[in-house]
Design a protein around this ligand. Structure first.
Ligand SMILES: *[C@@H]1O[C@H](CO)[C@@H](O)[C@H](O)[C@H]1NC(C)=O
Ligand SMILES: *[C@@H]1O[C@H](CO)[C@@H](O)[C@H](O)[C@H]1NC(C)=O
Ligand SMILES: *[C@@H]1O[C@H](CO)[C@@H](O)[C@H](O)[C@H]1NC(C)=O
Ligand SMILES: *[C@@H]1O[C@H](CO)[C@@H](O)[C@H](O)[C@H]1NC(C)=O
Ligand SMILES: *[C@@H]1O[C@H](CO)[C@@H](O)[C@H](O)[C@H]1NC(C)=O
Length: 423
């Protein structure tokens, strides 16, 4: 397997112009220094080819209509993740940014001065069929007396908030509440009349790690603990619909450190794994946890694939030195694939196809890849004041990882809705 490259690696510099490199470096510094929400490093260009059949095919082997929550099925042979974006001025966005008080200030782009709204007006159109319309009443009825939980990193938190925004509108003010635990690792939205909760659990690696503090998680060297799924898993017990993600945090560009003892041990017992090996360990642990703790006749488990970044405009044929900043149009090449790791996609495919519990895969990577326009860019709350140098060069502090709400992540939830009710 091709190792992921570190930013200082000469092979990154080799094929890249110096200005590109500085933009990249600036971005990394920005993320490391300023962005306390999340953290990432540079990706290698995994060129491995998917040898595993797409998961939608494996899933089809199962009796999809007998899955819990199913009320129908998607047309035979229609892969809802394969399609195109179409303008929809009438029915998009699903809600206005100002109508949803739950969006964190890192995602409220209009409030932070984004001049255009075009990114809100796209609808995903699968090639083989139409998506069912998102129906908040149906969703809440299905969740009556139940719990839905999103587990993962800040990208999953974005999808979580989008789901809350899509649902809360039909509830009167006194029939809903939103609570965040003191350490912010658990967030619970409650629809009182339905006795239903939509929850979020911060667990960027799913396994226990030294980045588990939902507020302060910038660490010099990320480390994950072996066999530790129950650390977070105890929060997931009894949940009826689980939605996992994990990706960005594994992409350190270096080998991943796996700890065998405790984080407090003075002399730590550490093993180093490649990104793919480490990610596979996490997938295996998660699937084992699901098999042991979830009842396939009553519950559903979803897994959201890698959320793509747009940090290097040359990837889509733009001018060197740019990123998602000032991007308002979509990438039109249907085969466009940025820097997301195909080898990680392959690991997901391999491990899920072995799972006895039917996992529903939300394959959002390709469709989100086209959306260089949909990131928060510079239109978000900044954690520390920007320097005059930064202000003079907006590319240097644009966030090309997270997504404005309303926006792209509402589509991820439309796909979740489609797969929950019409597998
Ligand atoms: C995800 O969707 C893309 C686009 O339809 C497809 O090319 C790819 O094979 C899918 N991946 C998996 C693992 O199903
Ligand atoms: C939404 O779902 C509810 C409950 O199943 C149903 O009564 C209603 O007709 C649906 N609305 C639309 C627009 O389909
Ligand atoms: C409310 O939902 C919880 C599950 O979230 C369930 O355990 C409890 O029995 C429900 N209460 C009522 C009154 O239905
Ligand atoms: C799940 O449902 C199947 C078929 O209806 C049944 O054979 C099986 O015993 C059930 N499993 C559990 C754990 O209830
Ligand atoms: C933003 O893009 C527009 C058109 O794509 C261009 O005219 C303008 O100069 C760009 N602005 C900046 C600050 O890069």
């Amino acid at each position: 397997m091709k190792p992921l490259l570190s930013p200082s690696s000469s092979s990154v510099l080799g094929g890249t112009s110096l200005s590109c490199f500085y933009t990249l470096l600036a971005f990394i510094l920005f993320v490391v220094i300023l962005y306390s929400e999340d953290f990432l490093c540079i990706f290698g260009q995994g060129e491995l080819v998917l040898t595993q059949p797409p998961i939608s095919q494996t899933e089809k082997k199962q009796e999809t209509t007998s899955l819990p929550f199913a009320i129908g099925r998607t047309e035979e042979g229609c892969d809802v993740f394969s399609g195109r974006w179409v303008r929809d001025e009438l029915a998009r966005p699903h809600y206005e940014e100002s109508e949803c008080p739950y969006i964190q200030p890192q995602l409220t782009c209009q409030e932070h001065g984004r001049p255009d709204k075009e990114y809100q007006k796209w609808r995903w159109q699968p090639h083989g069929c139409d998506l069912p319309s998102f129906n908040a009443t149906l969703m809440l009825e299905a969740l009556r007396g139940k719990r839905m939980m999103f587990v993962g990193d800040s990208l999953n938190r974005g999808q979580y908030v989008s789901m809350v925004c899509l649902l809360h509108r039909i509830l009167p003010e006194n029939a809903k509440s939103m609570e965040t635990s003191q350490d912010q690792s658990l967030v619970v939205f409650r629809a009182k009349d339905y006795n239903a909760t939509i929850e979020f659990n911060w667990a960027p690696f799913l396994l226990e790690s030294n980045s588990d503090n939902a507020i302060v998680h910038r660490v010099a060297e990320r480390m994950v603990k072996k066999g530790s799924i129950n650390k977070h898993g105890k929060n997931w017990k009894g949940v009826d619909v689980l939605v996992f993600n994990t990706y960005l945090w594994w992409m350190t560009g270096q080998k991943m450190k796996f700890l065998s003892g405790s984080f407090d041990d003075e002399k730590k017992d550490i093993e180093e794994l490649t990104t793919e090996e480490a990610y596979r360990v996490a997938m295996k642990s998660m699937l084992k946890w699901v098999r042991k703790n979830m009842d396939r006749n009553k519950t559903r488990v979803f897994f959201t694939s890698m959320s793509p970044l747009h940090i290097k405009s040359t990837e889509w044929g733009g001018e060197p030195g740019g990123n998602c900043y000032n991007e308002t149009t979509l990438i039109e090449d249907p085969n466009y694939w940025g820097s997301e790791s195909k080898s990680i996609m392959q690991v997901i495919g391999e491990e899920f196809s072995k799972s006895k519990y039917p996992i529903t895969f939300l394959n959002i990577t390709q469709l989100s890849n086209y959306r260089k326009d949909a990131h928060t860019s510079i239109y978000k709350k900044q954690w520390t004041p920007l320097t005059p140098e930064q202000l003079a060069n907006p590319v240097s502090y644009a966030d090309c990882v997270h997504w404005c709400l309303p926006g792209l992540q509402d589509t991820w939830n439309e796909l979740l809705f489609a797969k929950l009710f019409y597998p």
